[in-house]
Every structure is written in C-alpha cells, then in structure tokens.
Design a protein around this ligand. Sequence first.
Ligand SMILES: Cc1cc2nc3c(=O)[nH]c(=O)nc-3n(C[C@H](O)[C@H](O)[C@H](O)COP(=O)(O)OP(=O)(O)OC[C@H]3O[C@@H](n4cnc5c(N)ncnc54)[C@H](O)[C@@H]3O)c2cc1C
Length: 375
Amino acid sequence: METWLLQQGNKKLGAGVVGLAESCRLRYFDVAQRLREPWMRSASGTSSVETTFALRGNFIYAAKVNMERETRCLKRNLLLQALVKDLPPGCIRYSSKIVSIEKGKFEALAFIDGSTIKTKVLVGCDGLNSVVANWLVFRQPTLSGRFACRGLIEDPQNPIMKRHIMEYFLGEGIRFGFSPCNDETLYWFFTWSPSNRGEIVAEEDPLKMRELLMDKLNNSTVPREVIATVEMSDRSCFVAAPLKFRWPFDLLRGNICKDNVCVAGDALHPMTPELGQGACSALEDAVVLARCLGEALLRRGVMEGGEQQFERVEEALREYARGRRWRSFSLVAASYAVGHMQQAAGFFMRFVKEILCELMAWVQFKVAAPDCGKL
Ligand SMILES: Cc1cc2nc3c(=O)[nH]c(=O)nc-3n(C[C@H](O)[C@H](O)[C@H](O)COP(=O)(O)OP(=O)(O)OC[C@H]3O[C@@H](n4cnc5c(N)ncnc54)[C@H](O)[C@@H]3O)c2cc1C
C-alpha cells in the first residue's frame, strides 16, 4: 500500500483518508458532488427511513431501503481521488515511511530512506499501527477475536445489482451483508469469530477462506443467488484480517495530543467495522482539526514569534482532543457492542437480539449522523 505524506507547511504523517480530507479542507460540496458523479445510478439517497427486520431461521435479516441520510457504498480510492484533486501539485510525497520521531522544539521526523523533516504541527494519520500513537504512548490496538473479509464484484448482468438495498444476515457467529455500489458493482462483507483452529488457519489461505465462507453461508438463510454471486469473487477477496480496536477507556485516558503532535483517524480510534464509521469518523476528525488549527493560526499577532505560535498550535490541538475524545469513545464502544451482539449465537442471544434489534438500528443511524460543525 502506498504511503502518502503531505509535504507543505504543517506536516501530516500518512494520508489515508484523514490526511487528505484535512488538507483540502474537505470543500464539502465539491467533494460530495464529485463522489456522487460516478455513482449517480445508485438508488440510495432518498428521504425516508425504512429498515426492515425479520427473523429468518436463526438469523436476523435486516434490509435498509431508502436512507434518511444520503448513504452510499463507495470505493475507497474514489474518496481519496476526490480529496486529493484540490491539493497543489507536488505536495504529496509517496512511499515516505516514518521510522521515528525525535523530540525537540519542533519534532523531527526520520524516514526510512534516511531523510528527516522538522515540523510545526504533526498530525499522525498513519492508521492502525501508528508510529505517532506509539510516540504519544497510546497502548497498541487490541484484537477483537473477530475476523473480516470483503469483496467487490463487477457484474452488470446480474439481477442482484438491481436490488438497490443493503441487506444483512446476522447471527450464529457471523455477520454477512451486501450492498450495490451502483448497477454494476456489488460490495459484500463477512465477519466471523473462529470457533476452532481450522477456522483461524483460514485467515492465511484464500482457498480455505473461500471454503469457510461458502460453508458458513450455505448454512445460513442468505439467498442462494447471493451466495453464488459471492463465490464468483476474485481470489484476492478471500483474505481475512483480524479486527482490532482501541479499548474505549484508553481513549479517555490516553494522550490524543502532546505539544504540537496529535493523532486522527484509525491512528486515534481504530474500531471494529459494524457501524461503518471508521473512515467517516476520520473525516469528522479532519473537519474538527482543520477548524481548531485554522482558528488558532488566523489569530496570529503582528509581532508574534515562534514561541507564541507554538502555544497557539498546542492549544488548538488540545481543543481538538477535547472535541474528539468522547465521540471516539462512543463510536469504538458502540461498534464493538453492536458487532458482538449481532454476531452472537445461541438461543438466549437470539432472544436478546430480537428484542434489541430496533435499538441496534437506532444506534447505527444515530451515531452515523453527527454534526461536527462548520469549517
Ligand atoms: C472490514 C472493514 C470494513 C470497513 N467498513 C467501513 C465502512 O463501511 N465505512 C467506514 O467509514 N469505514 C469502514 N472501515 C474502516 C476504514 O477502512 C478505516 O477506518 C479508514 O481507512 C481509516 O482511515 P485512516 O486514514 O485513519 O487510516 P488508513 O486508511 O489506514 O491510512 C493510513 C495511511 O498511513 C500510512 N502509514 C502507515 N504507517 C506509516 C508510517 N510509519 N509512515 C508513513 N505513513 C504510514 C499508510 O500507508 C496509509 O496510507 C472498515 C474497515 C474494515 C477493516
């Protein structure tokens, strides 16, 4: 995977979703419009909520038709391309892996190629295994005990593409769902908790993973035509990854920022994917951070020296941390709880799920609709 480093003025380390979003100040509407263009034919984006729940065998089936908010299934690289489009040429330095951070008046970043950079503000957007989060003495993200794999299928002739709803099958140790991105592309995901050593081994072997997935789906109430479509996915889709998250209480205690250094996105709040909010909340971080830093830097005094500027940056990052601490806590905790419950097996949990499924849907909608203010 490429490493992108933004290279102008204040430094950002890593640039998955957050770095890019923050850098071009999102330009909300342009970006949104650009993202809509390739996906115009998607059926989502209408004005009412209809989420249906039904019990199908041991599985809870949920279908989301017509979202209250404009919800779209989007390829990640399209988002990155849309965000990167507004950046001045040459401000991204690719493949610049940071290996260490040296404390000084301005932190010095050391790169794998031996070069160094001094930075006035360091925003670590370097994902799950963040070097910056380590430097801030955050504990490592922890394993959730669940695994995930996901895939995309391009098949314009397939009638499933025309269903235009997101469908989920939850229970008996698995979560499976699929959603059309447009009339030609279907996204599917599968998360599960391995119940024996054989299922853990599947993580490293795409063939075993495919076998495991088909086995689980064939024993579920997922429609046969959907299973057949998933089976056609490219071999590269059948790669499982362990799902990690940050303990929510680490977010309350940990240093989101220190001096002129902070973290954002997965570097701050890695979460399990049940709410589909990892990248979305990374964008929220970017908006809040841009606002805090923007306001601080605009307050510049006429005779101001480096010392005062450093203090203003520090204060801006503290404000950002205050704004994001509880939000990160609630997202990580809610994702974990929802995932755990949705996937759970057994009679008692099925009973609990039936009672709580409306609540789970409410949580999903509620947390996915934050107001992170204006830029
Ligand atoms: C199965 C699954 C499903 C998901 N579904 C959704 C969903 O539906 N909706 C949603 O919003 N989110 C979803 N997510 C989460 C989402 O993918 C992440 O939250 C998001 O990508 C985080 O963005 P980021 O920019 O913080 O980190 P990343 O995307 O991980 O980017 C980090 C960047 O930093 C770079 N980097 C790493 N180390 C260094 C270093 N030492 N030096 C320099 N650069 C470095 C990397 O190369 C990378 O470019 C899902 C995740 C999973 C696993």
